[in-house]
Design a protein around this ligand. Structure first.
Ligand code: ADP
Ligand code: XUL
Length: 519
């Protein structure tokens, strides 16, 4: 038996998925939902705390409680954790964790009789972590761009213009607003590297995939850029672990996890990556070609590319792929699942009622449109504010259809910069379980949509990364092939009779969007 564990520490939940590489099966998958388990204690909603004015944080201690609970659930499910040869993982991208000088000792000397949060509550120089939903750092973005010689200079260097949610602008704001706490910070990790570090009992490097989401990494060299660090905060290089290749083992799991959950002391920990870069692997995108769509808390559309391709309009991002060879182009929409849920809840529906509303309404919605900016949107960049055009506010079916059509059309319009013809979409994320939503994406993009056994490609991609790191002589195609095949017979075909309707609707949507982004 050869088994590998992938852990995805996401916005709303933490998931563990184990693969067996002899039977080529996913043998178990468990998720811990943060709101359900810790919502009351930490005061989070959808896994986060919205502090107002664009400030959105979460609690690293809650992620540790989630990790303990997840591993206990895996152990309880009668998985023999001694069989796990290696663990890799992923985290929601961009979020930063701030540790003080006690962290090294505390992380290395854990007592397996106590849980993680009891023992690690003192290691933070900042109790909360800003996460990817935080849009409060516009000023710092402009300052960092200016500091490296302008927006295009930062784009050429890091592959990305400065984004509010990226780690660099968030670190700069912390340094400016809480300079004393910054001075007491000895290490800054990403969500991904923080969880990996706790598993290994020492600081683990940031992988190049997640390092790309910081505005601090030289995208071509795959290492921190001195210029970008200088433009961000003083003495930052001392506070960051170096960027590493994703497939370089970081060391064995620490005794706490061996004694408490029964892992083998030989189980290797590999650097964790971002949730989107890990999903790239989990959907088998290890060669340029296909395009994927993740319908999670955020909606993302992404593809594997050979060379970094930049988005001069700031519509997209480029990350290093954790296959250590390619790159990934990505567009991130803030208003994904939470926008769908806002409409679902407004009309007191459940997902089955939401599905029925889509089934029984007409493609094109009679021209009715909605700009679904329940939260400030990343692409296009615009403040929060929902806009309706020829759509009644209390028309349940119309609003349900309009939110999904808007998301599908926006992903169509804003993916043009990628320069990749979208001939099929591989889907993942919680909402990819909803066939009626997928039909609309198939019709708007005019392409087939393929579904997979798990809706958590990030956790699967992590497990596959652990497998590849442990068996580096096996090619990526052989690693991903058996696990990343679409479910037989599940492909959703576009309906050609809707083409003309959506061609017209896309034109009107784009016009409406332009009118409002100019305001
Ligand atoms: P993340 O990884 O960002 O935490 P997930 O990929 O786990 O998020 O997706 C969680 C979301 O999936 C939930 O917020 C919920 O809105 C959505 N979801 C779950 N089931 C359905 C469904 N049947 N239809 C639409 N959305 C769904
Ligand atoms: C990507 C992004 C989000 C987070 C959370 O740039 O900000 O998709 O990774 O999933």
């Amino acid at each position: 038996m050869a088994q590998y564990l992938g852990i995805d520490s996401s916005t709303q939940s933490i998931t563990g998925l184990i693969i067996d590489t002899v039977s080529n099966e996913i043998v178990t998958e468990k998720s811990i939902n943060f709101d359900k388990q810790f919502g009351e204690f930490f005061g989070v909603e959808n896994g986060v705390v919205d502090k107002g004015n664009g400030v959105v944080h979460s609690y690293p201690l809650m992620w540790l409680d989630g990790l303990d609970m997840l591993l206990a659930a895996l152990q309880k499910s009668r998985q023999d954790l001694t069989q796990i040869r290696a663990i890799a993982g992923s985290g929601q991208q961009h979020g930063t964790v701030y540790l003080n000088k006690t962290a090294d000792y505390a992380m290395a000397t854990l007592n397996s009789g106590k849980n993680l949060s009891e023992q690690l509550s003192g290691i933070f120089s900042r109790k909360t972590s800003p996460i990817w939903m935080d849009s409060s750092t516009g000023q710092q973005c402009r300052e960092i761009e200016a500091g490296v010689g302008g927006q295009d200079a930062l784009l050429d260097l890091t592959g990305n213009t400065a984004f509010e949610r990226f780690s660099g602008p968030q670190i700069r704001k912390f340094y400016q607003v809480e300079s004393e706490a910054y001075a007491k910070t000895s290490r800054i990790g990403l969500v991904s590297s923080f969880i990996a570090s706790v598993l290994a009992g020492k600081h683990i490097s940031v992988d190049a995939g997640d390092g790309s989401g910081t505005n601090l990494m030289d995208i071509k060299r795959r290492s921190w850029s001195a210029g970008a660090m200088d433009a961000t905060a003083p003495n930052l290089s001392e506070r960051l672990s170096p960027v590493t290749a994703s497939s370089l083992a970081a060391g064995p799991i620490q005794a706490y996890f061996v004694d408490r959950y029964g892992f083998s002391p030989d189980c290797q920990i590999f650097p964790f990556s971002g949730d989107n870069p890990s999903s790239l692997i989990g959907l088998g995108l290890v060669e340029p070609g296909h395009v994927a769509l993740s319908l999670g808390t955020s909606d993302t559309l992404f593809a594997c590319i050979s060379e970094p391709r930049v988005s001069y309009e700031g519509e997209g991002c480029v990350f290093a792929s954790p296959d250590d060879i390619h790159y990934m182009a990505l567009i991130c929409f803030m208003n994904g699942s939470l926008a769908r849920e806002a409409i679902r809840d407004r009309f007191r529906l459940d997902w089955s009622g939401f599905k029925d509303a889509l089934k029984t309404s007409e493609p094109g919605n009679g021209g009715g449109l909605l700009l679904p900016y329940f939260d400030p949107e990343i692409v296009p960049k615009i403040a929060a504010g929902v806009v309706r055009k020829t759509l009644e506010e209390n028309d349940a079916k119309g609003n349900v259809r309009a939110v999904i059509e808007a998301q599908a059309m926006s992903s169509h319009i804003h993916s043009r910069w990628m320069g990749i013809p979208i001939t099929s979409l591989f889907v993942t994320g919680g909402a990819s379980a909803n066939e009626e939503i997928l039909k609309i994406f198939a019709n708007v993009h005019g392409c087939e949509v393929h579904r997979f056994e798990t809706t958590n490609a990030a956790a699967l991609g992590s497990a596959l990364r652990a497998y590849q790191g442990n068996q580096p002589n096996i090619s990526w195609a052989e690693i991903t092939g058996p696990f990343c095949q679409p479910i037989f017979g599940s492909t959703i075909q576009p309906d050609p009779s809707t083409r003309a309707i959506y061609d017209m609707l896309i034109t009107s949507y784009e016009k409406l969007e332009k009118q409002h982004t100019k305001l």
